[in-house]
Design a protein around this ligand. Structure first.
Ligand code: ADE
Length: 947
């Protein structure tokens, strides 16, 4: 037998259920042939003595062949769509002499669905054609001589299937075929275990873009967290895992199942945690312990967590200390004097307490007892320690009551009577005061030698408590009775006091001084902003934005950088709405983002119409930084509200997977949309799209937001051709963008779209966004052409530096190319503002005749016979064609006599067609580059290089 060569590789095996495989049928196949002299069934034995069923037909000499081969009835089982894989050889008609009118190189595949498995007569008219099957490789007489047959493999999809089964039929119309095997199968998503849930074998839908949602069942000893779900895709792949199960108490996850904790271990909570060793003084004997029991004599208090060691009541307190401290920390002596306990007398958790305000001439006894959570459980007697303190030290006498002399909202003057019979000299008085409301927290004190004091710096409208004591060489007296006083004014008085001072000062020294003070104030607050970052409200953060260079428009909200929040969750909370995931229905996967799948689906909102949404998911196994980066985009998007900015519907952060839900844009991203509809739109429609993008950008720049990655791929288009700016997230968008390349300074930048100052020294601004907008205009007008075609990034940078700018795409109105050139001015302050762009485009739309002059109509090259031009970028026609990936037309150019660049620079689109460039895309690419050459030429002439 000749050796078989495979012409097409079979795809990777997919999870499938085989309904028929002729290579594994051991007995006769029993297929029917009509007429009898058409297909021939041949059964040979392989080296393992297994039958090889082959059907052959080769009536290539006779005209009007119509030979049928019909399979047996094949049960459909659960399939909705089936796949038929045919392996066959086919003879090349050219290799057979005298058969040119009769020999064919194809055959036809048919099927017929029926519920009856037996006795169905073959009627060709009942059969539906699936496809005409041709060979990728046919064999010749020479191959036969070399004993090589080229085996073709073709797979066809058939469906949707509805009946119980079906027949296949093969129609030969005069070819020389050997059908070596037929395999019929359907795809399924196979049984799988994910996130501790099992998902059964599932048959995908016929419609290849819709998914089957499957609910998983938790494995033994596991319980549901969020409902576990998977989606079965058309190719038998499981997609978008949602929810999960977790191992119950006493069980831990091992290899996708829940195993019991071993003796000596326990697990007290359901969740993805491992069993833990029993805490000290506890044990577990059996398997699957939820908690460890305490050893004898040890206890666990009611509120003690299972993780805590079992304990017993404490020993009596040791090393009891009681000191009396003077104003300086190193002046401590033994305890004395009046009584205030700081922080409190009972329920102390540290082994220290400060006792103050002892009275003179008194004895104090302190009882000190240690208790713990199990003290009440133990039968052991309670243990109390005692300390006795005597204050009988002959201290100085009391001062008289305090009296207010005068007060303002922020200060008070107090005086008191000197002690009547003081035996020792008075060194000074100590006045203690505190806010009544905050007595336990802090107090202030001041000293004076006179029996009066002025205390300032008080808060207005606040209750204060004052008392005084004397100090003599023997120590302090006890405090005088407390004097309480509420300061006057309202709580803003202090600020207004200062405001008045400022006004008086500035009025005195004039406007210039005010300017200096304000500048200093701004500088100081600017320098200190890191300190206040955590405490700032979004309003204050907005103000910080202004100071960072953005001047807001009155009445327009400004953007707050979520990174200014110390806690990113706060930004999420402030700018986004949390969506209950039960309101979201995921329907299909529409793409893959950096962080996980992007799906389309529906969002239900009570009292509102269900809407179509796009759902970005964060795939499992992320680290906190990825979650923060993922959600940063939502915190930014959530601040915007404009018809040309993609609208955030909300986020799911409280359950897994984390999702960002945005409005659905039916036509996807602008670049691929334009490529798919090359030449389909009117200029006014294209200008309408550009106007939308400019309007969205005007809104962003008014908000103080710099996009940094404005490009057609980051614009989404809805079913009404409305364009919306998307892809926010500052540095992250650049990480995500395949166009972004690393610069010599280490930044990642989409070179072709980025302004020179942003590439060179990272000067990103709304003006650099305007440059990118010019590139988007060019992408739109060229229906998604790649800016600067296949030029390398390095060449793009160099040519921009030399003054080169993209030429107008074919069919581009002059007015639009001029606007592009305006956006690409080297000096960024000369570029138009987005507000100018919007009004310019509005004028064009209102006056469409302004769009009529096209760039190719007005560009004419000055004749310069006999003069060869010197193009810096291209040396020869060949190099030029190589650089624009059009090398295949070198001979066309040469044959037509275009062998110098200046002759090429004069070509029109007709000339390009005439020399044999037939594909419109290629004509477009060549003529665009021809225009570049022309511009370069003009540019060189302007510089005076060529006369
Ligand atoms: N791809 C990414 N985001 C999308 C959206 N909002 N609509 C449609 N496709 C998208």
């Amino acid at each position: 037998m000749p050796e078989l060569q495979h012409a097409a590789a079979v795809c990777d095996p997919v999870p499938s259920v085989v309904l028929l495989d002729t290579t594994s049928v051991l007995g006769e196949l029993g297929w029917k042939t009509y007429p009898i002299n058409g297909w021939d069934a041949i059964t040979e034995m392989d080296e393992h003595n297994r039958p090889i069923h082959t059907f052959q037909v080769c009536n290539v000499m006779e005209p009007n062949q119509n030979n049928w081969l019909r399979s047996n009835w094949i049960s459909r089982q659960a399939a909705q769509k089936i796949y038929v894989e045919l392996r066959f050889t086919l003879r090349d008609c050219n290799s057979i002499p005298w058969v040119s009118g009769t020999c064919k190189e194809t055959f036809n595949l048919f099927y017929h669905e029926t519920d009856e498995a037996h006795g169905v007569k073959f009627k060709p008219a009942q059969y539906t054609k699936v496809d005409t099957i041709a060979a990728d490789e046919s064999f010749t007489q020479m191959d036969l001589g070399d004993r090589i047959l080229k085996l073709n493999t073709e797979v066809r999809e058939v469906g949707p299937m509805t009946r119980k089964g079906f027949y296949l039929a093969f129609q030969d119309i005069g070819a020389c075929i050997a059908l070596v095997s037929v395999k019929v199968y359907y795809k399924k998503c196979p049984f799988t275990l994910r996130n501790l849930a099992s998902f059964p074998d599932t048959v995908p839908r016929v419609d290849s873009s819709s998914l089957v949602e499957v609910r998983g069942a938790c494995v033994d000893h596991a319980e549901e967290r969020d409902t576990p779900k998977l989606f079965c895709g058309a190719d038998g792949d499981w997609l978008v895992p949602l929810g999960r199960c977790v191992c119950s108490v006493g069980y831990e996850e091992i290899d996708n199942s829940c195993a019991a904790c071993h003796p000596g271990f326990y697990k007290a909570y359901a969740g993805n945690i491992k069993c833990s060793k029993c805490p000290p003084h506890s044990f577990s004997y059996g398997e699957g312990a939820a908690i460890c029991r305490c050893e004898k004599g040890f206890f666990r208090a009611e509120k003690d967590p299972p993780t805590m060691a079992c304990t017993r009541p404490p020993s009596p307190p040791r090393n009891i200390n009681c000191k009396r401290c003077g104003p300086e920390p190193d002046q401590c002596q033994l305890c004395e004097e009046e009584l205030r306990f700081l922080p409190r007398p009972l329920g102390l958790t540290n082994a220290t307490v400060t006792v103050v305000d002892f009275s003179a001439h008194a004895n104090y006894t302190f009882e000190i007892e240690s208790l713990n959570g199990v003290s009440d459980m133990s039968s052991f007697p309670r243990q109390i320690a005692f300390i006795t303190v005597s204050t009988d030290q002959g201290g100085p006498s009391l001062v008289g009551a305090l009296k207010k002399d005068w007060a303002s909202p922020n200060s008070i003057a107090l005086s008191w009577q000197q002690p009547e019979q003081s035996t020792l000299p008075i060194l000074d008085y100590e006045i203690k005061y505190y806010e009544k409301e905050h007595e336990q927290l802090s107090y202030s004190s001041t000293r004076t030698k006179a029996p009066s004091v002025i205390i300032s710096g008080l808060k207005a409208a606040t209750w204060y408590v004052f008392s005084v004591r004397t100090r003599t060489p023997a120590g302090y007296s006890s405090y005088s009775p407390k004097y309480e006083y509420e300061t006057t004014g309202d709580s803003s008085d202090m600020a207004s006091d200062q405001g008045q001072v400022l006004v008086i000062v500035t009025a005195a020294v004039g406007g210039f001084t005010l300017l200096v003070i304000l500048t200093l104030f701004l500088l100081i607050t600017g320098r200190c902003q890191w300190y206040f970052k955590a405490k700032m409200t979004s309003e204050e953060k907005r103000r910080t934005n202004y100071q960072n260079g953005h001047v807001p428009f009155p009445g327009i909200k400004t953007y707050v950088d979520p990174d200014t929040y110390e806690d990113p969750a706060q930004a999420i909370h402030e700018f986004t709405k949390e969506i209950d995931p039960s309101r979201i229905r995921i329907e299909r996967v529409i793409g893959a983002g950096e962080f996980g799948e992007v799906c389309s689906g529906r969002l239900r909102t009570p009292g509102k119409k269900e809407i179509a949404v796009a759902i970005k998911t964060l795939k499992g196994g992320y680290v906190e930084r990825q979650r923060r980066d993922f959600l940063r985009e939502a915190s930014i998007m959530g601040q915007f509200d404009h018809p040309n900015i993609i609208r955030l519907e909300g986020v799911v952060t409280k359950s897994r997977p984390v999702m960002i839900v945005v409005e659905y844009m039916e036509n996807g991203s602008l670049d691929s949309f334009l490529r798919q509809h090359d030449g389909h739109f009117t200029v006014i429609q294209l200008v309408g799209m550009l106007r939308g993008i400019a309007s969205g950008m005007k809104y962003l720049s008014d908000m103080g937001y710099v996009h940094r990655d404005l490009a057609a791929r980051n614009i989404l288009v809805n079913s009404n051709l409305v364009c919306k700016v998307s892809d926010f997230g500052l540095s992250r968008v650049l990480e995500d963008d395949p166009e972004a390349a690393y610069t010599t300074t280490g930044g990642k930048i989409p070179i072709r779209w980025t302004a020179p100052e942003a590439i060179s020294y990272r000067k990103f601004s709304s003006a650099s966004d305007a440059w990118s907008y010019g590139i988007v205009m060019w992408e739109v007008m060229s229906y998604g052409e790649r800016p600067y075609w296949e030029m390398s990034n390095q060449d793009v940078i160099l040519s921009i530096e030399e003054g080169y700018r993209l030429p107008a795409p074919m069919g581009c109105p002059v007015a639009l190319h001029q606007l592009m050139l305006h956006c690409w001015q080297k000096e960024r302050s000369h570029r138009p503002k987005f507000t100018d762009v919007v009004s310019f485009l509005d004028k064009l739309i209102r006056n469409p005749s302004s769009l009529l002059p096209l760039v190719e109509d007005i560009q004419s090259l000055p004749e310069s016979p006999g003069e060869e031009m010197d193009y810096p970028m291209f040396i020869s026609i060949g190099d030029w064609l190589d650089s624009i990936k059009m090398s295949q037309y070198k001979s066309n150019f040469m044959a037509a006599g275009y062998n110098t660049l200046d002759s090429v620079a004069r070509m029109s689109i007709e000339d390009v067609r005439r020399i044999g460039v037939e594909l419109i895309g290629h004509q477009r690419r060549i003529i665009s580059s021809v225009q570049t050459l022309r511009l370069q030429l003009l540019h060189e002439q302007e510089k005076g290089f060529h006369v």
